[in-house]
Design a protein around this ligand. Structure first.
Ligand code: PRX
Length: 648
């Protein structure tokens, strides 16, 4: 994929970081020193960091337990509460009046919430949940727009040890239903609707539809925030008004102290096969790394920075860097409800100006779309408060990197290109903004404590060149498993190299300086606008349509989205036309959500397969991208099929 967006810019051009002696890690010497400490005493270094950076109710004695590898546990006999770490300890330190959340709604309404206010809201919400019978370990699905109540609901779960599972608000009722069922949720927190693209996008009706179609479900209550003002149905007894429930709940709620290994959240993500996987994260290790990476990769200065991660809380980026990371540090995080182009493509920059954003973190897709909108938009706003920029989610092409650096960062802000995954909980490979010389398009070097490597099919290290990205040592914020499916966890991440290391699913290259260049997924997972989608999921959605006999979905390079979705469809009978394409697109949106809608649909009489019946995906990718078919066609069952597909 990188090839498609690579420009002629010389890869190895370095950008040296500006000097900043006050930075949390201010030089390569400091970086190397930390790495050396890990080399000499891995567990001792993690121990020191965990004791210094988290508030423990009872400190742990054991750092890492490998007995049940690859089911590793961290700090397991330590006890803590995540909301105490994100709220109470800052208030106790005298920071109650500091702004925790700056929120801007799409219509322009603004709220600023101090740590004291956030604490009170979280306590009330936790009390309300308790009143509804939620106890430690129970699952709560959160299906919300980007409003402060979403963060409050997440933190309220952590207050009482409940496990949240946030479902992205643009997922369909059916996708929501699957996740509610898989998690066995007792409570759903939602809103009537939220603002997107100038109008209200309804959410509560999707919850109703999801629950109606779900036999014998475990959901007892639906807690509803009023935001959109749109009309919604109401089931008395089941549906509860958020405001009313919070109004009668006490303003204090004793935190439930849990083991560091207590599940914190489940977040569903797409895999290469079957249904979405419920990635499970544990409390202590996850929070430690959320905080450390905030301090290291973003050089976060809680007293002075205004941090804005544009990701929705429906994704891991929103979990770690819109909520847990900034709050675990006691800093200020910005949340925005709507789309970047509402009312015009200057919206993001106007928000940066209005609230004095100092650190801005977004996806390359957004950057590419904003480049297209024109330089006049950022030029209208004062972006001088910005001191650091970040990217995440997909490889960034050097052209977009340079634009981001020059136009948004005014040539003075370092850029951190951060590689990580839902499964890793936080950053794994990233430059340190005031230490690492960066190369546009490279995520640079692993963070201290993180042992990434590039290996060949036999698991042998490739010192310079391309191969598979793996992680050699367990790390505190690693996933603890796939909810309800331990064998899939072992199979997906640990079986490729016989349990020797974690297999990330990405291809990467290491250059002569040891810098990492992420090439993209090497499994059947697509990366569309920085969002992860399984080809199998889209294929199953397509074949669920009555007219479709067979479907194969592949990615093709796209200048804005990184990858576009291309579907090859074989019909049961009859010919396909434009109207059917539209119908199939709408059908996929109904089953998964609008993000999964195929960009191209090609009707075919058959799909190209090997003699053993496997779909030739590489060939389809070449056809989708309009590339010459270099592959040897002798193994193909029907060469005629290819010829027709290429013509079609
Ligand atoms: O392929 C990599 C890509 O996004 C995948 C992880 O997707 P998800 O779990 O949804 O998390 C996205 C946000 C952390 C990875 O396997 N990816 C993530 N960051 C980068 C990246 N590809 C290239 N460069 C990155 N900085």
């Amino acid at each position: 994929m990188r090839d498609a967006i690579m420009t002629s810019l010389e890869e190895n051009r370095r950008f040296f970081p500006p000097e900043n002696p006050q930075a949390n890690i201010a030089s390569m010497e400091q970086y190397r020193e930390l790495c050396r400490q890990f080399e000499q005493d891995r567990e001792g270094t993690w121990r020191k960091l965990a004791l210094t950076h988290l508030a423990w109710q009872e400190p742990f004695t054991r750092v890492l337990n490998r007995d049940k590898a690859p089911f590793f546990t961290w700090f397991e006999d330590g006890r803590l509460n995540v909301s105490v770490n994100c709220l109470d300890r800052h208030i106790e330190a005298g920071l109650g009046e500091r702004t925790a959340i700056i929120w801007e709604g799409e219509p322009g309404d603004v709220r600023r919430i101090s740590y004291r206010e956030l604490h009170e809201q979280v306590c009330r919400a936790a009390g309300a949940m308790r009143e509804l019978g939620i106890e430690a370990g129970d699952r709560v699905v959160i299906y919300m727009p980007m409003i402060p109540e979403a963060a409050i609901a997440m933190l309220a779960c952590t207050r009482i040890g409940a496990v949240h599972s946030v479902v992205f608000g643009a997922f369909s009722a059916q996708a929501l239903r699957e996740r509610i069922a898989d998690a066995g949720a007792k409570l759903v927190v939602t809103a009537d609707g939220g603002w997107r693209r100038g109008s209200v996008h309804a959410l509560k009706p999707h919850v109703d539809e999801a629950l109606e179609g779900l036999e014998g479900h475990t959901v007892k209550h639906v807690l509803v925030v009023r935001r959109g003002g749109n009309e919604i149905g109401w089931r008395p007894g089941r549906d509860i008004e958020w405001d009313e429930a919070l109004a009668v709940a006490p303003s204090r709620c004793d935190p439930v102290v849990v083991s560091a290994e207590h599940p914190l959240f489940i977040l569903y993500t797409s895999g290469s096969t079957g249904k979405p996987k419920g990635i499970l994260h544990a409390s202590g290790g996850y929070l430690l790394w959320a905080r450390l990476t905030m301090l290291w990769t973003f050089d976060f200065q809680p007293a002075s920075d205004v941090f804005w991660c544009t990701a929705d809380i429906g994704w891991i980026t929103g979990h770690t860097y819109a909520i847990y990371g900034p709050l675990a540090c006691g800093g200020t995080t910005l949340m925005y409800e709507g789309v970047p182009t509402q009312p015009d493509p200057g919206r993001l920059w106007s928000i940066c100006e209005r609230h004095g954003v100092t650190i801005f973190y977004t996806a390359p897709t957004a950057i590419r779309a904003l480049i297209k909108a024109g330089d006049e938009w950022p030029a209208r706003y004062d972006l001088s408060a910005l001191r650091l920029l970040g990217t995440v989610g997909e490889p960034i092409n050097p052209e977009a990197w340079m634009w981001y650096h020059r136009v948004i960062g005014g040539g003075r802000c370092p850029i951190v290109d951060t590689w990580w995954q839902t499964e890793t909980g936080g950053h794994m490979i990233a430059p340190l903004p005031f230490a690492t010389p960066t190369k546009p398009g490279s995520a640079c070097l692993p963070l201290p404590g993180i042992e990434v490597d590039i290996v060949d099919h036999d698991g042998l290290t490739i010192l310079e060149g391309g191969g598979m990205l793996v992680i050699r040592e367990p790390w505190p914020s690693m996933l603890r498993g796939i909810w309800g499916d331990p064998s899939r966890y072992v199979e997906t991440y640990w079986s490729k190299f016989d349990g020797r290391f974690y297999f990330a699913g990405d291809g990467a290259r290491r250059d002569e300086d040891g810098y990492f260049w992420i090439m993209g997924r090497i499994d059947d997972v697509l990366n569309v606008s920085g969002h992860r989608l399984g080809t199998m999921e889209i294929e199953s959605a397509l074949v669920a349509h009555e007219r479709v006999a067979e479907a194969a979905v592949v990615g093709r390079p796209d200048p804005i989205k990184g990858e576009a979705i291309c579907a090859f469809v074989v019909l049961r009978q009859g010919e396909g036309d434009e109207a059917l394409k539209q119908e199939l697109r709408a059908h996929v949106a109904r089953i998964i959500g609008p993000i999964a809608k195929p960009d191209d649909i090609r009707f075919a009489e058959a799909l190209p397969k090997t003699r053993s019946g496997k779909i030739m995906r590489r060939l389809l990718r070449d056809i989708a991208a309009g590339r010459n078919i270099a592959q040897d066609m002798s193994t193909l069952e029907d060469k005629e099929v290819i010829r027709r597909l290429m013509e079609g």
